[in-house]
Ligand binder design. Sequence first.
Ligand code: FES
Ligand SMILES: [Fe+2]
Length: 370
Amino acid sequence: MLKNFWYAVEFSTAVTTKPNQITLMGQHYVLYRDANRQVVALDDRCAHRGAALSGGWVEEGCLRCPYHGWKYQSDGVCTQIPANEADVPIPKRARVETYPVQEKYGFVWLFVGDLPEQECPSIPPFPEFGDPAWRQVQGEYVWKAHYTRVIESGLDTSHAPFVHAAFFNNRNDAEVWDYEVQSEAWSTSATVRTKPPKRVGLLKYIVKRDRPFSSAKLTVYMPNINRIALDFNFRGYQYVYFATNIPVDENTTLTKWIGVRNFLTQPWADYNSIKNTVDTYLEDKAVIEAQEPRVVPYGVTEEVLVASDNLLVAYRKLLRKFLDQGWGIGDYSTKAEHKQALLEKAEYNQLSFEHVATPSLDQPIEATKV
Ligand code: FES
Ligand SMILES: [Fe+2]
């Protein structure tokens, strides 16, 4: 995963005075609300003998370890060791690490990094959230896949006729029109025009088209947010999917998503809205969980990318930018490792290194048919 970013790790409503464990790339944190209803994030490991504090409970805004009852304030300092005599001072090292948290857009965001927060990317925008013109639903699901593969599935429309054939009934018409990629410092997006899908679910209420195409604006906000904004090409009807793909470990991604729509805003339509999203996930899951290698490659030569993949190329370029500035933790290869792998491959093929093209992500791939 990447450090120095805010991670949306849990729905706000799920964080209460009952401690809640969350996991980022194998590292456990505990979230709870203190006496002021403020969310507190601590390392989920007691300084005493490593018990999970999330198994404990909150007393007067402090967290009590379930093993020997050490009591921690919201600044991570231990204020009581029940097994000690009352006049024994508490060791200075009896404390656990705390992390900055914010609540925004219905999520709790946790900052993981070693730079001052002000120097780091901020929480991305979600302007439709909380707007009464938009009806909101939410949910979560788990993928046995690395989160980079999950993110890329949300940047790709060319799989739709194959993976989502029931919805996009157009396998014989799967060509993707050229699109422009727009990259910023920590996000990249593209508006992709799509052929109108066969009408099912909520869409069966949409009978007349304004244009010969619909469109989807696909965005990734680094490090792990997919935003998919669908314009149904009818009376301004739109649906926005905003998802945090939480990197639980190298092979597990927990997606927590909020979907907002500006049409059929009555509660009776929620069921169908949620079902459409979950059905789409189940179809994606089957292919994404089988992708190898698990993490998207550092270079662009390992896989054969074509014009319709240009948005993924832009994402990989951003990913490499942060890896090259040392923000990768754990699960990625680095530039040096990638070069070494190329060298080994070259030796294996009995080629000199000069003959191995250095992959470049600087140019988008030509929009030629392959
Ligand atoms: S391990 Fe937490 S109090 Fe002993
Ligand atoms: Fe998909």
